[in-house]
Design a protein around this ligand. Structure first.
Ligand code: NAP
Length: 267
């Protein structure tokens, strides 16, 4: 390996996304995209801290990972609360060691006419989606700086590319995540930490199906799939595949980037 962490041709294990021995945290890791990422990173050899609002669901996810031969610890954490994040990270450090990989995936959606959005609703959505990401980054970065190696992937949204009616608070929060990502990448690149964002586009998850059932999607999942250039809805595993690469050694020269995974939508 080159002294700057560059893997030279012939040295890399080209089965993408190897994270053997790394300690990772995935927020919102009990469902949908976060669950797929947690499972994939564990498959790639990482010890995974599964953070989720729902502690029982987090435990079910971690148990499933362990049953598959992986290493995982479930922690009930609301990313809207810094004290819970700090305590959760300490549990992961005690079980596995310093944190090298952080995936900020926990998020809430919001559908409301702009004029009806109350200050409380606005604040809560930003608290989870944007401030939660801020807190998790701030809590994990000291480990990465000490190791001179770290990987942060923030899950934003393809809605940030062009806006989305009736989702102003959601799109604003996720657009904040994009800006946070780019600025962190510049500040911590010299410390060996890469920071990137994946804005997913139309992924078939429990969140998406809940919104379909409430008639909030402007059509069914199948309808949206038919409008997508690759003619299918995305799968949580599509986001997990990209994340696995971004947190690997091979991705060390990629930072501050918006890596769209959207089947060609909203590009
Ligand atoms: P999901 O199936 O609802 O999973 C989200 C997980 O995050 C759930 O387990 C949820 O717990 C948890 N969570 C919510 N608020 C939390 C908090 N404050 N602290 C900790 N955990 C929390 O949703 P998904 O579709 O996989 O979405 C994952 C991320 O991708 C979100 O940030 C979302 O905005 C983003 N995204 C998704 C799509 C898509 O098409 N699905 C598109 C663009 C962006 P509970 O179930 O207990 O609430």
């Amino acid at each position: 390996m080159h002294e700057n962490g560059l893997i030279k041709v012939g040295e890399a294990d080209m089965s993408a996304g190897k994270s053997v021995g790394r300690n990772a945290i995935v927020t919102g890791g009990a469902s949908g995209i976060g669950l797929a990422i947690a499972r994939r990173l564990a498959h790639d050899g990482a010890n995974v801290g599964v953070f989720d609002l729902d502690a029982d669901a987090a435990e079910a996810a971690a148990a499933q990972i362990r049953a598959d031969g992986g290493s995982a610890l479930a922690v009930g954490v609301d990313v809207a609360h810094r004290d819970q994040i700090d305590q959760g990270m300490d549990k992961v450090r005690a079980a596995f060691g310093p944190i090298g990989i952080l995936v900020n995936n926990a998020g809430r959606e919001g559908f409301q006419p702009f004029l009806d959005i109350t200050e409380d609703t606005w604040n809560h959505l930003l608290q989870v989606n944007l401030t939660g990401t801020f807190h998790c980054c701030q809590a994990a970065l000291p480990d990465m700086i000490a190791a001179r190696w770290g990987r942060i992937v923030n899950i934003s949204s393809s809605s940030t590319h062009g806006g989305q009616p009736f989702m102003t608070h959601y799109v604003a929060s996720k657009s904040g995540v994009v800006g946070l990502t780019k600025s962190l990448a510049l500040e911590f690149g010299p410390k060996g930490v890469t920071v990137n964002t994946i804005p997913p586009g139309f992924i078939d998850t429990p969140m998406t199906r809940r919104n379909e059932a409430k008639g909030l999607l402007g059509g069914t999942v199948d309808h949206h799939a038919s409008l997508t250039p690759v003619r299918r809805a995305g799968l949580p595993e599509d986001i997990a595949n990209a994340t696995a690469f971004l947190v690997s050694d091979e991705a060390g020269y990629i930072t501050g980037q918006i890596i769209g995974v959207n089947g060609g939508r909203n590009t």
